[in-house]
Design a protein around this ligand. Sequence first.
Ligand code: ADP
Ligand code: MG
Length: 600
Amino acid sequence: MTIKQLPQDLVNRIAAGEVVERPANVVKELVENALDAGARRIEVTSEGGGRELLRVTDDGRGIPREELVLALSPHATSKIASLEDLESVATMGFRGEALASIASVSKLRLRSRVPGSEEAWMVRADGGPPGAVEPAAGPPGTSVEIRSLFFNTPARRKFLKTDPTEQARISEVVQTIAMANPACAFTLTLGTRRTLELPAVDDPRRRLVALLGAELADELIEVDFEGAGATIWGLAGTPEIARPTAKRQRIFLNGRPIQDKAIQHALREAYRGLVVPGRHPTVVLFIELDPRLVDVNVHPTKTEVRFRDSGAIHQAVRHALRAALKGRDLVPTLELETGPAASATTSAPSSTAGDRPSPSAMPPGLAPGPVREFGPTDRARPVEYRRLAEDLARPVAPADALVPGIRRDHRILQVHAKYLLVEDPDGVLVVDQHALHERVLFEELVERIRSAPLERQALLMPDVIEVDEAAIEALELLAELVGRIGFDARPIGPRSISISGVPSFLLSRNVEPGPFLAELLGFGVEQGRADDPEALLSEVLDMMACKAAVKAGDRLGDAELATLLARREAIERSSNCPHGRPTSLRIPLAELDRRFGRSS
Ligand code: ADP
Ligand code: MG
């Protein structure tokens, strides 16, 4: 074959394949153009999943009659004129190929009226070069109408999903853009349904709440943070409204939606232990950063970025979220609203089934998720472990050290040897003794290991455990971690490990160290998580905390109860166990009053 220059319409169509893969991409380009034109109100309409019709109408600065044809030509843009402009471009699009590309694969009508002018003008293109400019009628601003998208590229058309799927993607695009542009009003009409109606707002958070759902307003915490040369603001959901998918997580960098592994990791870190695995917190974050500290053109659709200092951004995001979460009491409220309220006039018996909160009435965050629990440990210990260590468990806090909130004279009632009932200023707390103790021990271990390895108790007689070969390998891989948590262990054969020192902590809590180490190594093999040592350490400390914590079924003395609750006050994130399940639920006083017909 001889070399030939491709005809322009073919070049456009190839380019279209990159820019417009599906209707949602078209919507994105058109809405971004409208924003670049200074629109204050943008209306988006879609029919047939965007295949039949897409229309974006704005009230922006319009396109003069003599530029209408140019706007549809490839590499025609009003946004950059020189190479230098590339460095500082602040508009959404600037490559000047969107309209030309879209026009090459659809039947397009571009109508525009420049504000102040009496006339509107229109130009059409049906998969080829634009026709002549014709007079039209319409308000100031621009309207782009796309019909029969991909009519001349059947392969692309076939590749589209069902109408609802394409509509969902369109809706997603509009919502994302709307989040970042609160000063512009948006409407979205899908078929005959108006699915979005967003007025312009001054406070950007109001736009976010409108999009996330007004019913969540109470569960959204404001984020406001400055550090690492960045300003980070937005909303962070309480653990209660975490979801099975990450759909309600949005990160914007200088107004553009981005996807970034480091930031996602920071987000998980910030919520670690507050949501159960498999659930994703609701977070919308806006990061404002000097554009010179980031390269946004790594990816053609510009959702991937490269930070100059990705570590600093990671830390800043984590701090921002942690600070926000810390400022909030995260104890979930037990909703009792399923039953009728007692009142002087109703004589309904108070013990109908509806009175009891059914599991389905629980807030979503409380529904049991897929959690990994560690198996029970055999409490019987070999002789040599017994009382070798001084008791590391913190001495019982003197009663007057109890923190405000849990007053000394407040009675704590242990029920069914697994829950604690306690009065707090807003009502009654129901505490899961194991979950809370686990969280308390976990936080204390994390605190201790930050400064030094955990304390070790030497054994007079080394203990030898039999394991499989994978565990021997794991011991080599995790040697540093195993030492840090207080073990002195080394392989003495293909399947034997000699333990000559054990974590004092485990002894003090009656946990048998040998089987613990075997389980830890087995877990290390299974996870193979050497790539995220911090996460693995956290898992292992949690494993220690879980084994060491009081169990359901353990009867606790008054002093133990008091200590446990005092420690609850002293630690961060006491609301959830390290697996992310709640440690406590609150029954609000107001709710009790309502139910007993007291108008408090
Ligand atoms: P780009 O946005 O990369 O410049 P496009 O092909 O998307 O390229 O648009 C080409 C040009 O058409 C823009 O630079 C702009 O001048 C003009 N234009 C497109 N849409 C609008 C609009 N809604 N309002 C005003 N001008 C527009
Ligand atoms: Mg554009």
